[in-house]
Design a protein around this ligand. Sequence first.
Ligand SMILES: *Cc1c(COP(=O)(O)O)cnc(C)c1O
Length: 825
Amino acid sequence: MPSQSAANSALLADLPPLGLTPEDLASDIRRHFVYTLGRDRLGESPHYAYMALALAVRDRLMERWKNTQEAYRRADCRKAYYLSLEFLMGRTLSNAMLNLGITDAATRALNGLGLRLEEILDSEHDAGLGNGGLGRLAACFMDSCATLQLPVMGYGIRYEYGMFRQTIENGEQVEEPDHWLRNGHVWELERPELTVRVRFGGHTDPGSQHGRWVDTQEVLAVPYDIPIPGYRNGTVNTLRLWKAAATDEFGLNEFNAGDYTEAVRSKNLAENITMVLYPNDASENGKELRLRQQYFLASASLQDVVRQWVAIHGEDFSRFAEQHCFQLNDTHPSIAVAELMRLLVDEHHLPWEEAWSITTRTMAYTNHTLLPEALERWPVRLFRQLLPRLLEIIFEINARFLGEVAARWPGDLDRLSRMSLIEEGWQQQVRMAFLAIVGSFSVNGVAELHSNLLKQGLFRDFYQLWPHKFNNKTNGITPRRWLAACNPGLAALVTEAIGPGWVTDLSQLARLAPYADDAGFRERWRAVKRANKERLLAYKQAELGLWIDPQALFDTQVKRIHEYKRQLLNVLHVIHLYDRLLRGDTQDWTPRCVMFGGKAAPGYAMAKRIIKLINNVAAVINRDPVVGDRLKVAFLRDYRVSAMEIICPGTDLSEQISTAGKEASGTGNMKFMLNGALTIGTLDGANIEIREEVGADNFFLFGLTAEEVEDLRRHYDPVSIIEQHEDLRRVMDLLESGVFNRDEPGIFDSIIGSIRSPWDPWMTAADFPSYVEAQRRAAAVFRDQEQWTRMSILNCAASGKFSTDRTIAEYNRDIWKLEPVRPLS
Ligand SMILES: *Cc1c(COP(=O)(O)O)cnc(C)c1O
């Protein structure tokens, strides 16, 4: 009798491969339009044309997906799992076509049907299941893992509502719910047969050895799989997102007692778990529902993996650690450490020591921030109520761990309390980052500076105990989405010059450098940039409502709005430029368009006030006839992945101006560099490595170093800095005069107060003078278009390091140690 696996592959082998010609695609688009969607007029709505094309593309992904997964099953190989509360995927269609190599064929197929690809692509809703850099990193990682043919699976949450949509009313941010699933999500495949149960509440029963967590409430975790295609290599990996659903027995007691509404209420309670993404970036939330989400993801994913193991290997876990690695994307999923212990000890009856050995050989933790407000701590009281068995396990891990510390440093009680997984105080808290470190064999930061600061500061005690655990993995971006797909003009020019190899080996961009000295090439480079600037203007025309000179310096800061990122410093510079125009200091003026974009966490009052300030300053400057076309300011609403795909190709100057030591890495900085923008920036995060790669001459550096920031903190005196620097004094005078808030008295007092405060953690005033000076240098170079273009080419040429292919190759070399697997074909 043929094995199940052989039968499966026979089923696949019998299916003829789907064609990739324009004719094949056109016929499938029509078939899906008529038969799958039941429509008859193609041109009527771009949505159904999008659906028909997406289904035709999805069929082709499906073939490769099945072949890849079958190859993984047969290889029975070591695998890695990327656990993340966020995957900021953005749109899927154009990336899928690029990776399948069918963009041209699809364009021709659509033209033949009287349709335009661009319009169709634009009707796709972003999958906004993340806040910012951390979630986008997870998405870029998935692309690179598939491109490198590594057996890696992503595990995340299928939020019903993703990142909120941002509108601006009267200059202020207004949040609107993002019901991204309303029109269905063609790219997902529900797998109800793989549903698992996740438990909450109840209590532990000290009487029994195993399975001692009782009287719990159960929630179903239903997986939805999303295909992740590699670049033209036949591999399609899986992103598995969990949705919460009520069990059938949920609320049955109430239902039988006749209380229908109570039964439905408890059903809602279960399904609430995956209802909404918490919109906080780089700050902890502390809500019970958030802890539920974290445990829900960790438990469902680990159960899924363990179940597959047991199905093949039975209860023999001796090789489990050899075959699995879990990468924790920040502390958000770090409860996985305790959950794997629970599964192994309680459900599979392994002795503690054996389970701990397995856990600490499979878990690896990536830290994403040094900001203390982002470090997750959960009250012990909440843990006891929601996850009592997990709390017991954490206490046991802690007791054994502190024993180890005490043996190494006898009598050092201070150290014991510093390193304890449990923080004492008015309420006891579980320190999730420490749980992640203790339970992992690898701890990494996301840029050289950040990894070093972790070892010297936040995790110093742990570094002394386990120096071998600590390593760096500088972040990256995928060159498929962030150049090949989003900037076809530049991609074609690059390919013409150095061939197409850069798409999967970004270090080849170095071969562009000699072209910086080729006047004809520079001319063409400039023409592409110019076209991309026009595209950006066209995209934003309706909402901008003002004319912008495409020859102006496009100066862009898009990222989450946060004090440490210092959008405020940028606004102060804009006010300074306005001041110069007002006082007629306009010799050698460089026309400039300053663009801002980004969302503020809804509860972050200061960040929201900064958005208001940007918009008020823009309103005054844009309508002042003294200014004319020499300065324009725009706030681009609803910054998201698909917006960045148009913004970064159309930008000249990239603003990366965080207070040194605060931005762990940044990845927006890399997207701009790859697309030929020059950077004005501090020595922070990956900016340092960007400057190293491109050379100091091709980077506009300013500001204090991380070390200088910490030294200055003790005697920081912004008021005297303001007094000593006339430019800054005049800016503060303008701000305080109320010209930017004529009918809104006092609304910017909190901002003004923060700049003047000696406790300003972001030390905005300290860096203002050197920032203005660097901006002057940038403006001067921009007037020399040949020189600017030369530097633009050199920036692109030096960006090869910042591919996630390089990042992932390092994760694999140092942490995951996976062998690439070729799909069946
Ligand atoms: C790349 C990206 C980010 C990260 O930007 P940083 O400048 O590194 O903070 C955030 N949001 C979106 C939509 C992105 O594409």
